[in-house]
Ligand binder design. Structure first.
Ligand SMILES: [Zn+2]
Length: 295
C-alpha cells in the first residue's frame, strides 16, 4: 500500500484567489506548484499523489476534503499564496485548523449521524449499531481529531524546516486558523502559504518555474522525511522500516484495537506487550505506537 497525499491547488475557475500587483492570479501559482509537488510524489516508490483539481476550474471547499477521503489520503496539503495590504510582507507559512473551528465543526458533525460511519471507519459503525450515545460519538470524534491535528502539526514542523532552507519564512512555527479546507477530522490537513503574491518581488518569484520547483521539492522532502520516520501501518515504507528495526514491529493503533487484540494478532502475551512498551495501562488510544517484540 502506498502513502497517499492529497495535493490541493487552492482556488480555481471563477475563484482566482488573490491577485498580485502585476495581475498574477493566485489560482495559477497554486496549480503550478501543486503539479510539481504531485509529480515528485508520484516519482517516489511507495507514495502516490491525488490532486483535488487538475485544471482551471472551481472546486467547492467541502468537496476538496471529500476527494481526499474518497482516495483514502493519509495527508491533505493545500497550496496557496498569501496576500495582505502591506506590500512589504513576505515569506512562506504553514497553517493547521484552530481548536475553535474544531469545536464548531464538531458540533455540526455530531448532529449529522449519517456522517459518522464515513468519518470514523469501524468505530463509527460501532457507534451506529450501539444505543444512541452522543458522548461516545463525541469522544471518538475528539480522539480522531486530536490525532489528525497533532500529526498535522508534526508534519508542518518538518515541512517548515525544509522549506526554511530554500525560501524565506514568514512564520517559523505552524499557525492556527479557521480554514474550511482543513476541517476533515480524519485526515491530517495542512495549508501552505508559499509566499506573498501581494509583494512585488515575491510575485515575480511565485510565477517563476524555478521557484515553484524549489518550493515543491522542499515540501516533498519534508513530507517524505515525516513518513520515512513515521510510516503508517501496512504501507510499503512501514514494511521497510519493520525490516530495519531489530527484533520488533512498529504498530500504530487504529480505532477498535485493544491490547488483547494486538496480543492475539501478533501471538505475544499481553504481559510482554505491557513490559516491552512500559505501559501503565491497557487502554490504547488511536494513533499510539506500540512495538511488538518479535524475538
Ligand atoms: Zn488562497
Amino acid at each position: 500500500m502506498a502513502i497517499i497525499v492529497a495535493v490541493d491547488a487552492g482556488h480555481g475557475g471563477k475563484d482566482p484567489g488573490a491577485v498580485g500587483p502585476s495581475g498574477t492570479y493566485e489560482k495559477n501559482v497554486t496549480l503550478a506548484v501543486s503539479r510539481q509537488l504531485a509529480a515528485l510524489i508520484n516519482r517516489q516508490p511507495g507514495m502516490r499523489a491525488v490532486m483535488t483539481r487538475t485544471g482551471d476550474y472551481f472546486v467547492d471547499l467541502n468537496e476538496r476534503s471529500e476527494i481526499a477521503r474518497k482516495h483514502k489520503a493519509h495527508l491533505l496539503i493545500s497550496i496557496h499564496a498569501d496576500s495582505v495590504a502591506n506590500r512589504q510582507a513576505r515569506g512562506a507559512s504553514v497553517w493547521i485548523l484552530s481548536a475553535k473551528r474544531v469545536d464548531r465543526e464538531m458540533n455540526k458533525l455530531l448532529g449529522q449521524q449519517d456522517k459518522h460511519t464515513e468519518l470514523l471507519g469501524g468505530a463509527g459503525k460501532v457507534i451506529a449499531e450501539a444505543e444512541p450515545n452522543p458522548y461516545l460519538a463525541q469522544t471518538i470524534l475528539d480522539l480522531s481529531w486530536d490525532n489528525s491535528r497533532s500529526e498535522g502539526y508534526s508534519i508542518g514542523e518538518i515541512i517548515l524546516k525544509h522549506i526554511g532552507q530554500e525560501v524565506r519564512l514568514h512564520k517559523h512555527q505552524p499557525q492556527h486558523a479557521s480554514l474550511a479546507v482543513l476541517k476533515a477530522p480524519d485526515i491530517p490537513s495542512l495549508l501552505i502559504e508559499t509566499g506573498f503574491i501581494s509583494n512585488p518581488q515575491e510575485e515575480k518569484l511565485l510565477i517563476s518555474s524555478a521557484f515553484q520547483q524549489r518550493i515543491a521539492r522542499a515540501l516533498f522532502t519534508g513530507i517524505k522525511r515525516y513518513y520515512t520516520d513515521n510510516p503508517p501501518g501496512g504501507t510499503m515504507l512501514a514494511n521497510r522500516a519493520q525490516g530495519q528495526s531489530q527484533g520488533q514491529i512498529k504498530h500504530v493503533v487504529k480505532s477498535g484495537e485493544s491490547l488483547s487484540r494486538l496480543a492475539k494478532r501478533y501471538g505475544v502475551s499481553m504481559a510482554r506487550l505491557r513490559n516491552h512498551n512500559s505501559l501503565n495501562s491497557d487502554e490504547l488510544r488511536i494513533g499510539q505506537v506500540i512495538y511488538i517484540p518479535t524475538s
